[in-house]
Design a protein around this ligand. Sequence first.
Ligand SMILES: [Zn+2]
Length: 294
Amino acid sequence: MWYTKVMVDTTITVFILVMMFILGAVFGSFACCQAWRWRYHALKKKDLGQWSVCLHCKKRIKWYDNIPIISWLVLRGKCRNCHKEIGIADFLSELSLGVAFLMLSWAYLVPILNNWSVLALHPEFLALRLAIFIVTLMLLVVLMVLAVYDAKWGELPTVLLILAVIVGAMVAVLKLYEIKLSDGGDVLAGFVNMMIGVVILAGTCFVLYKGSHEKLMGGGDWILALALALALANWWLSLWTIFLANLLGDLIALPGALKKKGHVVHFGPFLVAAFVLVLVLGNCLPLLLKGINF
Ligand SMILES: [Zn+2]
């Protein structure tokens, strides 16, 4: 559509990507706290208050011991006061959300900035693209709370699943509106495209869940898949997501699961990882093939 390319300075691009990584890591830390809060809420236990405290010795964690990723590495995953394990979930959550924010910024935010002057001529389009980007990041934060909760306690709280579906639906509405704005955009075709994606992604997960008697797939996974399919709003990308999630699951989780009997594979994290990969590749591969931005 637009062939004009106004490149943003490389230094600025790198700076933005680093900032987005840090922002993702901070939200990863936030997601962990929220998972604990939900857990305390579910167990009807008293909240630990507004400050970060060690869950073992209840001592307040100093700000310099609460820096995402870095503090965990410096303290080697242990509390400075009582030396008990903090848990790798915190570290993985911070790191993976940092990486996800960075990858999505590279795929979506940088192209927007590169084409700012052109996009500024269509303010509605520009606002829409930024909104899709931001709401997608919000969805990732909700998904990370779910992933941490699932990893720690092996269940997905229903309220959080519903929240994920609502945020996924928000992305879907924004994407349909983007189709409406573009020349000759067929919103109905876009909606059908999205619903086929829902059937492919959420449907497959639901069939696996029912068919395997919860051995291959947990009860919450298909609702998670529904949120992802809505946010993708594209059947081809949904197909890729289910394929990649299975591939990642087979490569990473299955060898361990085969060794231990009765071990349940947590499929949720693979779905989310595949979702991020597909979003990034889905935006960059056509770019690489055609050699144009947008
Ligand atoms: Zn402690």
